[in-house]
Design a protein around this ligand. Structure first.
Ligand SMILES: [Zn+2]
Length: 549
């Protein structure tokens, strides 16, 4: 099986593992289709890099054969890498009105909005991307306009769910289009590529309708100032909080940039129309405590978020204290626990009451399909093959077990596995290189590249750099200079000792090494390592500059 045959294949380049930066590829003959292009947050694993994107090299090398990128929904782990990677992909993009609006704002910030061709596809719409005949099927998720995809090809029909759940009362947008999914199942589906995030949660999904009741009761029972934190993109939740606030006679104030951006995008697309315009944080201070609900960013303990700054009393305009309440209408994303606890601890220290979904109140529900939801999806679609995606290995395995319960063969893939779907046997036939790139200022750096490897080493062991001048014959002129930021203070006795020992050691470098720059530099690096010695029990990055004058 080569990639130039006329078969159909699936290749996840990102999306497996804890850091779910989705980038899925389908190949039909020679033509490629990309589905989603998201970022991941590195958490504690890689402190040298905060935001990661999938390494697109494999598809970049085939970009002349890449027909387009379809976005299933506007979450960061599905849309967030587009602005970082588009110049490497260069293809047209297909998205619903809401995802397109969110994407245009991101591309505008990256000054790419004039170059990128975005085709806006209505929810449930049908369109062609090269030879791929694609139909959107509306599904419920914790962001408006999430779409599953039916991908029709001469070799069969693949259903790609994206992120979804079943919720009879999603509050914003329609429920998952179960009837359409059943009709597509009737057509005969080769493979179901399906979200695994919550597959280990038994039972059926909880509903946003229940959250609306829970938050309305809770907010009306509280006195003092109230702040509620949730994901900015969860427009249904923002509406729920706003409705609950209005029911309690309170005015809603938005605090935090990402919430203000999403509010603009949502209203542009006709959402939040039943909700009064939100006040800004500066207007909040003119209102009595009992008349305010703040919706605030920072549910994941992000250090620069509004909530973290309020908790540490460094927010320029808002303070919370005794008698006030902060409600977490969100879940803890694995890896963020410690940062979230720190914020909650700081709030508690200020006398603020903290309420989370662990307190026996219905103030949050997940946007991902639980075990029973996934079972229902298999009953609707009845695919020949199950391809669990979007989860860690234990989620994918539990998902495969659910499919097998239904008598459906499951294929487990890791990022980079190229799965032949048709014709012939459904099996992994090849592997594409994968990796992660870190967003570092306005560059992308390979996690395994020299720059980040050096930064990792510096982070734990520091760096020591020596410079000295030599004459034509390589004899040292003047005193060497040494700096070791992150390792030694400039004038501490240890710094002085290292400089003196280094000065002596470079005087002893054999004459024959002094004429060749490279050899001289290596010998000087060895001398510097030796001068530093073992007293500090550190092995820092070592560098030497030899200046010929
Ligand atoms: Zn999502």
């Amino acid at each position: 099986m080569t990639e130039h045959d006329d078969g159909l294949a699936f290749l996840p380049l990102g999306g497996t593992g804890e850091i779910g930066m989705n980038l899925n590829l389908y190949r039909l003959g020679e033509t490629w289709l990309a589905v989603d292009c998201g970022i991941g947050f590195s958490g504690n694993d890689t402190p040298e890099a905060e935001i990661l994107v999938p390494d697109p090299t494999y598809i970049m090398e085939r970009r002349d054969k890449l027909a387009g990128l379809v976005i299933t929904h506007a979450h960061e782990d599905h849309i967030g890498a587009v602005a970082h990677l588009w110049t490497r992909l260069g293809c047209p993009i297909y998205a619903t009105p809401f995802a397109a609006t969110v994407l245009r704002r991101k591309l505008g910030e990256a000054r790419l909005d004039q170059q990128v061709n975005i085709h806006v596809i209505k929810c449930g719409g049908r369109f062609n991307v090269g030879p791929f005949d694609i139909e959107f099927i509306p599904v419920t998720h914790s962001v408006p306009e999430a779409q599953a995809m039916a991908i029709r090809t001469p070799h069969g029909l693949v259903v790609h769910t994206g992120d979804w759940k079943l919720d009879p009362s999603p509050m914003v947008g329609p429920p998952t289009d179960v009837e359409r999914l059943r009709q597509i199942g009737d057509e005969g589906v080769l493979a179901l590529v399906c979200d695994s995030t919550n597959v280990m949660t038994p039972g059926a999904s909880r509903s946003e309708g229940e959250v609306r009741i829970g938050l309305t009761e809770l907010i009306s029972s509280l006195k003092g100032r109230i702040a509620v934190t949730c994901f900015a993109s969860n427009v249904a939740r923002v509406e729920t909080i706003a409705m609950a606030a209005q029911a309690a006679g309170r005015t809603v104030v938005l605090v935090g940039r990402s919430l203000r951006n999403l509010d603009v995008a949502a209203r542009e697309c006709g959402y939040l129309s039943g909700v009064l315009p939100f006040l800004t944080e500066h207007e909040a201070n003119d209102l009595p405590d009992e008349q305010v609900v703040m919706i605030i960013t920072g549910s994941q303990g992000e250090p620069r978020s509004a909530l973290s700054r309020i908790a540490s009393d460094t927010h320029p305009s808002i303070a919370l204290g005794e008698g006030d309440t902060v409600i977490y209408s969100s879940r803890m994303i694995p890896g963020n626990e410690r940062a979230i606890m720190q914020v909650q601890d700081n709030l508690t220290r200020r006398g603020v009451r903290v309420i989370t979904d662990k307190d026996g109140v219905m103030i949050h529900c997940s946007g991902h399909a639980t075990a029973d939801d996934v079972r229902t999806m298999y009953d609707l679609i009845r695919p020949q093959y199950a391809v669990p995606t979007h989860g860690e290995w234990r989620h994918l395995t539990a998902h495969a077990a659910l499919a097998q319960e239904k008598g459906i063969a499951a294929v487990l893939l890791e990022d980079g596995d190229i799965l032949n779907l048709a014709p012939g046997k459904v099996q992994v036939v090849d592997t594409a290189p994968t990796g992660r790139l870190a967003v570092d200022g306005n560059r992308l750096l390979a996690m395994t590249g020299d720059v980040l490897t050096a930064r990792r080493k510096m982070l734990f062991n520091g760096i020591i750099i020596a410079s000295f001048a030599v004459d034509d014959e390589g004899y040292v002129i003047g005193e060497p200079k040494i700096s070791a930021p992150g390792l030694l203070e400039p004038e501490e006795p240890e710094s002085i000792r290292v400089r003196e020992e280094f000065a002596q050691a470079i005087d002893e470098i054999p004459d024959e090494l002094r004429l060749d720059d490279q050899a001289f530099r290596e010998a000087a690096k060895t001398a510097l390592r030796r001068a530093l010695g073992r007293k500090l029990q550190k092995r820092p990055l070592v560098d030497v500059h030899v200046l010929r004058v």
